[in-house]
Design a protein around this ligand. Structure first.
Ligand SMILES: Cc1cc2nc3c(=O)[nH]c(=O)nc-3n(C[C@H](O)[C@H](O)[C@H](O)COP(=O)(O)O)c2cc1C
Length: 183
């Protein structure tokens, strides 16, 4: 089962994230939890989030990049859902072995994430905190899916990136069911 934790503060105004999400929606065995719709007051139902995570084989964090990181509600979600004794530490094995995919959309284009560009650093410099959050909880980190230049990308390019994510998830699903049959 694939669980998408969708963290867009204004889902109704999203173009890029929405395209990626729409591409994945029609896949079977997928659950989407739109965190800002569920918890506009940031009052996260920890038990419900943990129950959804427990059922998932692939966990996707999908969001626009905000200040080189995850939007505030997803950071809060990390703080209150990924608890010691559940996600890490003694007996904290709930997420062990699950796959984690970071799907982020950035306003900056690829050139902006370079020494000469607006953001001065390569995008890979911003991956570590999210990656290590997943790894600290025993999850298997997948190659991130990053869409750069979200404001400039044409409708056609956006559709092609959405198709690429969808294809990747289909391939993941068929690989996962193959592994289940083999075991
Ligand atoms: C508060 C805020 C912070 C942002 N920080 C970044 C950033 O650090 N790097 C970046 O490339 N884009 C940044 N952006 C641009 C967003 O990533 C961009 O608006 C988003 O990718 C658009 O996607 P959407 O069409 O799904 O809304 C920021 C936008 C906002 C509103």
């Amino acid at each position: 089962m694939i669980l998408i934790l969708y963290a867009h503060p204004y889902p109704q105004y999203s173009r890029a994230c929405k395209a990626l999400l729409d591409g994945a929606l029609s896949l079977p065995e997928i659950e989407v939890r739109s965190l800002y719709d569920l918890y506009p007051d940031f009052d996260i139902d920890v038990k419900a989030e943990q129950a959804a995570l427990a059922q998932a084989d692939l966990i996707i964090w999908l969001h626009p990049l905000h200040w080189y990181s995850v939007p505030a509600l997803l950071k809060h979600w990390f703080d209150v859902v990924l608890l010691r004794g559940w996600a890490y530490g003694e007996n904290g094995t709930a997420l062990q072995g699950k796959q984690c995919l970071w799907a982020a959309v950035t306003g900056g284009d690829e050139e902006a994430y370079s020494a000469e560009g607006l953001h001065q650093l390569p995008f890979t410099d911003f991956v570590a905190p999210v990656m290590q959050t997943a790894r600290y909880c025993g999850m298997q980190w997948q190659e991130p899916f990053i869409l750069h230049g979200s404001h400039q990308v044409t409708d056609q390019e956006l559709q092609s990136r959405a198709d690429a994510l969808r294809t990747r998830l289909i391939q993941w699903t068929s690989g996962a069911s193959h592994n289940k049959e083999a075991s």
